[in-house]
Design a protein around this ligand. Structure first.
Ligand code: 13P
Length: 252
């Protein structure tokens, strides 16, 4: 990997105070000697204070899994970027396929959320990815291009510099069906080239991470690919030993 790595856990709607305490403490101690790889966990909102308490002052960072596009107002149930920043978040996931599919978030809202996060100095982890039907119809690149361009057009290419892109093929999420290293690499290279068509330097520097059934036993071969800079980890991020192994796999 030419760039420093990033392994981020996406806990989704899992956890409780007791289990989190153990998991967070194990991640901190287990990744103590990690070099040249950042490690983060994106936890459910109610546990941000716990993450801040346990992870504050350690090398492990934390973030949210979603953010409102608005900064304040009458938006019952929503959480703003400023609120995430209040709890010390560095990252926030935007445009996860579960948000896009289950909660109807389109490219425009995702672009607004991306900007909202950056306005409060959070680093958005922008998720892009095709469904199985789209891949089988050979539409993968077109879908990824639309998801990426929506953000570049709205936020400007310079904003991309302060972000992370996560390629998550929808068919690989939670299915145990990982993209092959070459399949993932092809899409990562496509994303990097598309960014390079605007700005070479940003393309060379940006972390593009892979998500979708990454486990301790397949992480190394994925992370060995030239344009894969780490992973966004769902299920395996809930098991300390798995997540720690994946972090070390990103070290090369
Ligand atoms: P799994 O690792 O459980 O497939 O989830 C991937 C994901 O959606 C991370 O955001």
């Amino acid at each position: 990997m030419a760039r420093a790595g990033l392994v981020a856990g996406n806990w989704k709607m899992h956890g409780n105070l007791i289990r989190n305490q153990e998991l967070l403490a194990s991640i901190v101690s287990g990744t103590q000697s990690l070099q040249n790889v950042s490690c983060a966990v994106c936890v459910p909102y109610p546990y941000l204070a716990q993450a801040q308490l346990v992870l504050g002052g350690t090398h492990v960072e934390w973030g949210g899994q979603n953010v409102s596009q608005h900064h304040q107002g009458a938006y019952t149930g929503e959480i703003s970027a400023g609120m995430l920043a209040d709890f010390g978040c560095r990252y926030v996931i935007v445009g996860h396929s579960e948000r896009r599919t289950l909660y109807g978030e389109g490219n425009k809202v995702v672009a607004e959320k991306f900007c909202s996060a950056q306005e409060r100095l959070l680093v958005p982890i922008l998720c892009v990815g095709e469904t199985l039907a789209q891949r089988e119809a050979n539409d993968t690149e077109q879908v990824i291009a639309m998801q990426l361009d929506a953000v570049i057009d709205f936020a400007g290419i310079d904003a991309i510099r302060q972000s992370v892109i996560a390629y998550e093929p929808v068919w690989a999420i939670g299915t145990g069906k990982t993209a092959t290293p070459q399949q993932a690499q092809d899409v990562h290279a496509f994303i990097r080239n598309r960014i390079a068509s605007h700005n070479d330097e940003i393309a060379a520097d940006i972390q593009i991470i892979y998500g979708g059934s990454v486990k301790a036993d397949n992480a190394s071969e994925l992370f060995a690919m030239a344009d894969i800079d780490g992973g966004l980890i769902g299920g395996a991020s809930l098991v300390a030993s798995e997540f720690i192994s994946i972090c070390f796999a990103a070290q090369g």
